[in-house]
Design a binder for this molecule. Structure first.
Ligand SMILES: Cc1cc2nc3c(=O)[nH]c(=O)nc-3n(C[C@H](O)[C@H](O)[C@H](O)COP(=O)(O)OP(=O)(O)OC[C@H]3O[C@@H](n4cnc5c(N)ncnc54)[C@H](O)[C@@H]3O)c2cc1C
Length: 271
């Protein structure tokens, strides 16, 4: 059982500032972190490994500093890490990102056949949620998005059963491996990393590949050249106005909230 988790280095969007003059993200204003959904994806892989055995690889496309998030993934439980990094990948949109990652997955698969690929639901910076399904489409394997639980993995029948979040509930889906899952945060809690993992991570050096290490790559589909997306404008949405702060003891605040609700009951009427 070989699970590959795709992990992205992102700026911490809780802290990042937007440059008001250029309307672009000031990436220097926030530390780079492992995309939180991808941390849950690695943790999910670690849970599957514990139940069904096997090994976990992580794959990232990014600048050389992205080595740090591969080390973080090893802390959580990955056995091996790959970083594809090359100027030719720079400026990639989701189409070019999924193309480059699928070519790296082709190479990994030749060396260690892949049973399952896991991605985060979305990256907290780009926020499209397109890369996972894009990889699945390129590799011609089934994608299941918004997974909140992997309920069964059967190595003999090569079937995977998962719970997938939908509005007002969930779906139970079964599919065949190899397949690709994208996971929600609800899938697990990130456990404290065991000390041996932390020691391994501190010393770990991932496999690093440039474009020339990948096979059958059409360079026109990489990086900015291979990216048809045009970002028209970026802006900070205006802060909502008209908020009201309730003050006083908790009991008084509850009374005040009830008064407001009663005064505006036509807004909240339920048939
Ligand atoms: C013209 C243009 C230029 C851009 N230039 C850059 C740039 O130079 N640098 C930059 O960082 N972004 C750049 N972006 C943003 C880029 O489109 C996205 O960050 C990237 O394609 C991933 O999309 P996303 O963030 O929406 O990921 P999502 O689709 O929301 O991510 C879903 C999941 O896919 C996986 N994933 C996504 N990206 C990666 C990755 N790189 N490696 C491994 N797994 C991944 C993760 O599991 C993640 O949880 C550019 C965008 C445009 C339109």
């Amino acid at each position: 059982m070989h699970i590959v988790v795709c992990v992205k280095q992102v700026p911490d969007t809780k802290i990042i500032k937007i440059n008001p003059k250029t309307n672009t993200l000031d990436r220097r204003s926030a530390p780079a972190i492992l995309n939180p959904y991808d941390a849950h994806a690695v943790q999910a892989a670690a849970g599957i490994k514990e139940a069904a055995g096997g090994e976990i690889s992580v794959l990232s496309m990014g600048p050389p500093q992205a080595v740090e998030i591969i080390k973080k993934s090893v802390e959580i439980g990955a056995d091996r890490g790959y970083l594809i990094t090359d100027r030719a990948f720079a400026g990639a949109d989701t189409l070019a990102t999924s193309y480059a990652l699928s070519k790296a997955l082709d190479r990994i698969s030749k060396e260690h056949p892949i049973d399952l690929i896991i991605c985060g639901k979305h990256a907290i910076d780009g926020d499209t949620g397109q890369v996972g399904p894009g990889i699945a489409r390129r590799l011609d394997i089934p994608p299941i998005t918004n997974v909140i639980e992997v309920t069964d993995i059967n190595k003999e029948t090569r079937k995977v059963k998962v719970k997938r979040k939908i509005i007002n509930g969930y779906e139970l889906i079964e599919t065949e491996m190899p397949c690709l899952l994208t996971v929600e945060k609800e899938i697990n809690e990130i456990a404290y990393s065991p000390m041996p993992n932390m020691i391994k991570a501190a010393r770990y050096n991932p496999v690093i590949w440039a474009v020339s290490d990948l096979e059958d790559v059409d360079k026109t589909q990489l990086g900015l050249k291979g990216s048809p997306t045009i970002v028209g404008k970026m802006f900070t949405p205006p802060k909502p106005e008209g908020g009201h702060m309730f003050e006083g003891a908790a009991e008084d605040q509850v009374k005040q909230v009830i008064d407001v609700l009663l005064q505006n009951k036509e807004l909240f009427s339920v048939n």
